[in-house]
Design a protein around this ligand. Structure first.
Ligand SMILES: C[S@@+](CC[C@H](N)C(=O)[O-])C[C@H]1O[C@@H](n2cnc3c(N)ncnc32)[C@H](O)[C@@H]1O
Ligand code: SF4
Ligand code: SF4
Length: 300
């Protein structure tokens, strides 16, 4: 991260903590909900199948920038399937950077060739070892590994949603991230139990076991882009929700925190690590602040 970007984000953090502000800093644009996969744990694919037009996405990016958002995520559906007016997801990343966003990340299922050197991080979903990943995501593991090997940049971060199917494969994903040259780190979430996938959620005891494994991996020097100090809050679901500093925009509709805010009762069972990490950060939790500084400077 550039020093100037770091200083801007630090100034935002200090203002937010001192004056209990609720202004957003992290925004997500959903470019489409169309997807080439139909993963067992996912409730947000192929609902409309619409590829949102370039002009609309550009104006959503401008809207977020105008609101003060400086960390931008592109998400889907499958982001690499987005194409309009001769533009691809890569053009959107380049334009977001030109617009002034300080950090621009893309979330992808990794089944398309990875040529996105301009992104700060490519969050590439890997949901376990080959067997478990393929149970969740179809027969895609080998394609993904091939795409990672041939990626044109080393800005990939694995993104793993831990659930009943893959909870015993955390160590394997950490070791894979450590082994692959183009992969910088791995970032975890726990399954967030939408009504149609509630059976995949983890119990408190299972979350504790997973966090013990992640902690042990951190101690062994595996590259993990999460904050250990947030684990007790994630295990017990005692972090504040929603995250007021996070917004998402899909087809012109702006939501605080996530699209999932409209699902009754879901926030109390939220498994997204970023929500715990950001809400605790902006509440001024000193351990989180220090750990976040160390972690972000290492991986972004
Ligand atoms: C919805 S997908 C969109 C981007 C891309 N198609 C992909 O799979 O990475 C974004 C991320 O959300 C995760 N995800 C989907 N449903 C989830 C849930 N109920 N709880 C936690 N993570 C979930 C996916 O595993 C993926 O890492
Ligand atoms: S690839 Fe992503 S959007 Fe598509 S079904 Fe899987 S998790 Fe959902
Ligand atoms: S806190 Fe609620 S709105 Fe935010 S990500 Fe979690 S479930 Fe979704």
């Amino acid at each position: 991260m550039k020093v100037s970007s770091f200083l801007q984000l630090a100034a935002f953090g200090i203002k937010t903590v001192l004056f209990h502000k609720k202004d957003p800093i992290l925004g997500t644009v959903i470019v489409t909900d169309r997807c080439n996969l139909s993963c067992r744990h996912c409730s947000v694919n192929n609902i409309t199948g619409v590829i949102h037009p370039y002009t609309q996405i550009k104006s959503e990016m401008q809207q977020l920038y105008g609101m003060g958002v400086r960390i931008l995520f592109f998400c889907g559906g499958e982001t690499f399937m987005w194409k309009d007016s001769g533009k691809t997801i890569r053009d959107l990343v380049i334009e977001a950077k030109e617009m002034g966003f300080l950090i621009v990340n893309v979330v992808t299922n990794g089944t398309h060739p990875v040529d996105l050197p301009e992104a700060d991080l490519i969050l590439l979903s890997l949901d376990g070892d080959k067997e478990r990943h393929n149970i969740i995501r179809g027969d895609t593991y080998d394609t993904i590994m091939n795409n990672i090997e041939h990626a044109t940049s080393d800005n990939i971060c694995f993104y793993m949603a831990v659930n009943q199917i893959n909870k015993d494969t955390i160590e394997s994903v950490c070791r894979k991230a450590h082994e692959l040259n183009n992969v910088r780190a791995v970032s975890f979430n726990f399954h967030t139990p939408y009504p149609d996938t509630a059976e995949l959620q983890l119990s408190k005891e299972e979350k504790q076991t997973c966090c013990n494994t992640i902690s042990r991996m951190m101690d062994e020097g595996m590259p993990i882009f999460n904050l250990k100090s947030a684990f007790p809050y994630l295990i017990n679901n005692t972090f504040p929700t929603p995250c007021w500093q996070c917004v998402v925009i899909e087809n012109g509709v702006l939501s605080t925190c996530g699209r999932c805010i409209s699902v009754p009762g879901l926030c109390e069972k939220c498994g997204y690590f970023f929500v715990a990490e950001y809400t605790l950060l902006f509440r001024g939790n000193i351990k989180i602040i220090l750990e976040m500084l160390r972690t972000y400077l290492k991986y972004v």
